[in-house]
Each structure stands twice: as C-alpha cells, then as structure tokens.
Design a protein around this ligand. Structure first.
Ligand code: ARG
Length: 581
C-alpha cells in the first residue's frame, strides 16, 4: 500500500471513471488550506476543460459518487469546482492501523555520487554540504525501496596529482619514486603524512600559478602518472591511502557511509576504449589540438563550450573521467537514476557531461541529474572560513559543534549526573544534529549563514529541539512501562489527537514527495510539525495521570507512534536520538 494521498486518489479516480472521465483526474493531494479541509481534489477543473463542461457541475457529480463512501466526513465544493475532503475519525484511525511503507523505488536502482573529497586537501565546506545532503538522500531512497549504490568519488586523477608529484620531487623528499629507469619495488610506507600533504599541496599550487615552467612540469607529471609510470603510480597510491585514512575519519564522525570508495582514477582503463568508440562514431573532434565533444545546442541562450576529453599536451580531465564513470555504472549496475550531489557552481560541467552522454547514448536507461546546492556562508556572507581566514576543516567544525552543544546541555541542566563518557557521546550526537538539521532544513539550493549558536538551541526549529522532543517521549514510554501500563491503538477524542494522527498518516507521502523533489527540507518540515503537534497534544491531555485505562493506553499508543515516526525521519536526516538527555 502506498501513501494516503495515493489511496484517496484511487477512490476519487474511480468516481471520475464512473462519470466516463479519465481516472487520473482524481488526483487527491494534501490540502493547501488545512484550516478548511484535510485533502483536496482539483480534477473537476481539468475535466471541465477536456469535456468543455461546467466544472462545478462535474464536481457535483463526483461529490455525489464520493458520498457513497462512508469514510468521508465532509465533501464540499469550493470556488470554481475544487473538492474539499475530510475523513471521519474512524477512517483516520483505521488508516493508521494499516502498514504504510513507501515503495516508490520498487525494482529501481540509484547510483548516488557525493562527498567527492580531493586527494591531499582537507574537506572543505562544500564537501560538508555534499556529504550531509547526499547521505540524507541515500537514506531516503533506501527507505523508499530503491536499491542504492553510493560512491564517494575521490578527486584523485587531475592536475593536482602532477602538482603534488613534482613538488615532492623538487623538495627531494622521496627520490626513489623519481628514478625514470626504475620499475620498483617501492617502499610500503608513505614518505608523507596527511599533514605534510596539506602543506605541500597549497605550496605546489601557488608555485604553478606563479611560474609557467613549474606548471608545465606538473602537467607532464600528470600525463605520466595517467600513462602509468611506475614510480609515480606508487607514490600516488600513498597519497590516496593517506588521504583516505583522513577523510574516512571525518565521514565516520559524521555518520556517513559509502558503498564504493571509487575515484576519478577508477575508470582509467575504460577511457582508451571510450575515446576510440567516440572517434569511430564521429562524435568527437579535434579542436586547437585537444580532443572534444561539441555539446552546444541551438536553443542555448549562453555559449556552451565543448566537453574536453584529452588536452593538447595529453592527459584526461574531470569531464573525461565523469563520462567514463557513466559507462562503468551502467555496465555494473544498470541504474534507473544517477544523482550527482555537487555544489551548484559545477552546473555547467554536469550539463556538458550529460549532453555528451546523451549524444553518445552512454547512459543506458539512467536519468542523469545534478542535485546542486548553495553555499554555507559565514556571518560576512562569504563562504564559511576559519577565524584566521583559512578553509574550515570539517573535523574542526564538528569539534566546534560538540563544544557548543556541551555548553548548551549544561545550560539546560541536561545530563548533569551522567558519566563523562555518556555526556561526551550525547554532545557529539547533539552537535552533529545541530549541523545537519540546519543544513538540511534550508532548501538545498539556497545559501545560508552558519550560526552554530542558533543551530544548537533546544528551542525553535533545530536538530537538538527535535532530539529532545524524541527523548521526552522515550522517557514517558519508559515510565509507563515501569508502571506496567498497557499501550493500545491510538484513538481520536480531541482536535489535538486528530491533528497529530493526520500528521502521522502523512509520513509515506512526505517521503515520496521529498524523493521526487530531492528535497530533504521537506523531511525537516515534517519532523518539526510532528513535534509541534505532539507538544500540543501533550500539553492538552493527561497521559500518565489518566485514570481511564483505555484512554491512557490509546494515548500511550499515540506517543509510541509519534516516537516511531520522529525517530525514523530523524534517521533519514542522519540524526540519532540519544537514549536520554
Ligand atoms: N572532487 C570534486 C570537488 O571537489 C567533486 C566530485 C563530484 N563528483 C563527480 N562525479 N564529479 O568538487
């Protein structure tokens, strides 16, 4: 069974079909005006256009048919022919009793590409957003029944690699790797640490900017690395391993996991055959010494440069590996959808890659989509930096959030008597929740200002507020259990219960809608509304002190259902609920 709106659409669709109209017109959605009705169906307007008839007259006929269904408490025609619907409390209760798992992803496969840290560079803020949004999407799609394969897709194959190699050579740090006559073997341990790389890379990049000859050396090293020079490959492997160890620590502290730790380099062997194939089919051409795929279209309002596959001096690019990676993913997983959760400033890059893939029909049945996002800014409105003005490391950011949540917890008098170990664990969970919720609750395409103090508050629309709401329900249920109180099926005796149950019923609808729009903020809105409706219910009614045992059991049942939904949705956001706070 699918969503509530799906179920009601089916019923309304039958009514339209009964009038000889298209059943698809019976689309029922959540009401835009919850103060007027619970659900609405606007199909009579479209039907009137099709049948060249009066929309109100059609709405009347549909309404008359729906009246036969006792589950509707109210069927009203509004304005030019909108149909407003309310369900009876009995129907709402019955629907709540039915299992309702989202199944939008039945038999479908998603490959999701996110994270994207680069070798030798600490993760920057845009990698944080990619990780948080991408992780939420992978959890959501899995929960909706998709088979999901996530790929961290390391940036490990571009010019930066040649810059690093040549810098190590010039500094004389590890001469064994640079003897052109040698084919190894090479040492097992890395001659550089992550800290070394973090210093070497910016120095190399600055040197290449300042000196064309130095840049040329880096370019040559990149080409030789890609062509397989043994010493370069061996040293590069150390760079990759050292970086992977560092970034996997950061992902672990964020609670983000990947199925594949592939990188741009992973498809190297597919590139040669791909280039031959594109050439043979006349899809690529030479332009100023480079091999390119023209991707401009007549309808373009802005110039669209060709996708460059091979530079004039040799060496493949970011777009080349992205194109070959599509071939690899289609070969290995035959996905229905490939999502790239990458900063929206890379929009043109993906447009070029997707157009080239379509032109060459490389994507199989996959729909290719760039899920872009805006920037996380500092108070000055510019991309968030450290106080000293440097790029903010993810690890430091997480540490900051933990410190902040620690003091918030202390301020709120929470966990004062817990062990240091438990306090530490809670502070980490709360700190992560603060960052993730703040990030996800904005629509992903908007920029937002990083304000840790506001994100960490226990009041308002924050991650910690929602965690606290869930912890409070956990504690009610724990106490009830200790007292031997029964939990029963939720029932509606008041407007607060009705409002809460309606919200609970929409869980699957919201999950489907958030998937459709790739919009984690819809999950955040849902969780916040749920917590608020619970809070209204909780302040209006006795639970533990209720003496009517049936009523108490029903209310405890409602607490349990709310906790379940809240925990699940927070789980989709990558937010854990502490056992206690
Ligand atoms: N490494 C890239 C960056 O730092 C992100 C990679 C995104 N994924 C991709 N398939 N292009 O911006």
């Amino acid at each position: 069974m699918t969503s509530i709106a799906g179920e009601l659409s089916r019923i309304a669709g039958e009514a339209f079909a009964g009038e000889g109209l298209d059943a698809g017109l019976g689309l029922v959605t959540l009401s835009d005006r919850p103060d007027l009705c619970q659900f609405q169906c606007n199909g009579a307007l479209a039907a009137a256009k099709q049948a060249k008839a009066n929309p109100r007259a059609i709405a009347e006929k549909i309404a008359a048919r729906l009246k036969a269904d006792a589950r509707f408490a109210k069927i009203e025609i509004a304005g030019p022919g909108f149909i407003n619907l309310d369900l009876t409390d009995a129907a709402l209760g019955e629907l709540l009793g039915q299992p309702r798992a989202p199944d939008t992803g039945k038999d479908k496969t998603l490959v999701i590409d996110f994270g994207g840290p680069n070798i030798a560079k600490p993760m920057a803020v845009h990698h944080l957003r990619s990780s948080i949004i991408g992780d939420c999407l992978q959890r959501l799609y899995r929960a909706n029944g998709w088979k999901v394969i996530s790929d961290v897709h390391l940036g490990d194959w571009g010019l930066q690699m040649g810059q690093l190699l040549s810098e190590v050579e010039l500094r004389g740090l590890a001469p064994v790797y640079f003897d052109a006559a040698s084919t190894g073997p090479y040492p097992d341990t890395s001659p550089v640490t992550m800290e070394d790389l973090e210093e070497i890379y910016p120095a190399a990049s600055a040197a290449c900017k300042a000196d064309p000859a130095r840049l040329e050396k880096a370019r040559r090293a990149t080409v030789e690395l890609q062509d397989g020079r043994p010493g370069y490959r061996a040293l590069w492997k150390h760079f990759v391993a050292v970086t992977e160890a560092g970034v996997s620590r950061e992902f672990a502290s964020l609670g983000v996991k990947f199925d594949l730790w592939n990188g741009e380099s992973s498809v190297h062997d597919l590139i040669g055959p791909m280039l031959d194939d594109l050439k043979a089919r006349g899809l690529s051409e030479t332009s100023e010494g480079a091999l390119v795929v023209p991707v401009a279209e007549e309808v373009d309002k802005k110039p669209m440069p060709p996708l460059i596959l091979v530079k004039s001096e040799g060496g493949v690019l970011y777009g080349t590996t992205d194109l070959a990676t599509i071939i690899e993913r289609v070969r290995d997983y035959d996905p229905d959808l490939i999502l790239y959760v990458v900063d929206h400033r890379q929009h043109q890059h993906f447009e070029q890659v997707f157009r080239a893939a379509h032109k060459a029909k490389l994507g199989g049945k996959a729909h290719l989509e760039h899920v872009g996002y805006g920037t996380m800014n500092g108070a000055d409105g510019k991309p968030f930096k450290t106080r000293a003005g440097g790029a903010m490391k993810l690890y430091d950011l997480i540490a900051m959030a933990k410190v902040e949540s620690n003091s918030r917890l202390a301020e709120a008098g929470l966990g004062a008597d817990y062990s240091a170990e438990e306090k530490d664990r809670i502070a980490a969970q709360v700190g992560i929740a603060a960052i993730k919720f703040a990030d996800l609750s904005n629509h992903r395409t908007t920029d937002y200002v990083f304000d840790l103090e506001r994100f960490s508050k226990f009041e308002g629309k924050t991650g910690p507020y929602l965690q606290y709401a869930a912890v409070r329900i956990q504690s009610i249920l724990r106490k009830a259990k200790d007292q031997g109180f029964e939990t029963g099926a939720p029932a509606i005796h008041s407007p607060e219960e009705r409002a809460l149950i309606l919200q609970l019923l929409l869980e699957a609808d919201v999950m489907a809608a958030a998937e459709d729009k790739r919009a984690p903020n819809m999950l955040c809105d849902y969780a916040f509304e749920l917590a608020q409706r619970f809070s209204r219910f909780y302040s209006a009614h006795h639970i533990m002190s209720e003496t009517d045992t049936d009523l108490r059991a029903a209310r405890l049942g409602l607490c349990a259902r709310t906790l379940g939904a809240l925990t699940r949705i927070l789980g989709l956001l990558g937010i854990e609920v502490p056992e206690r706070m």
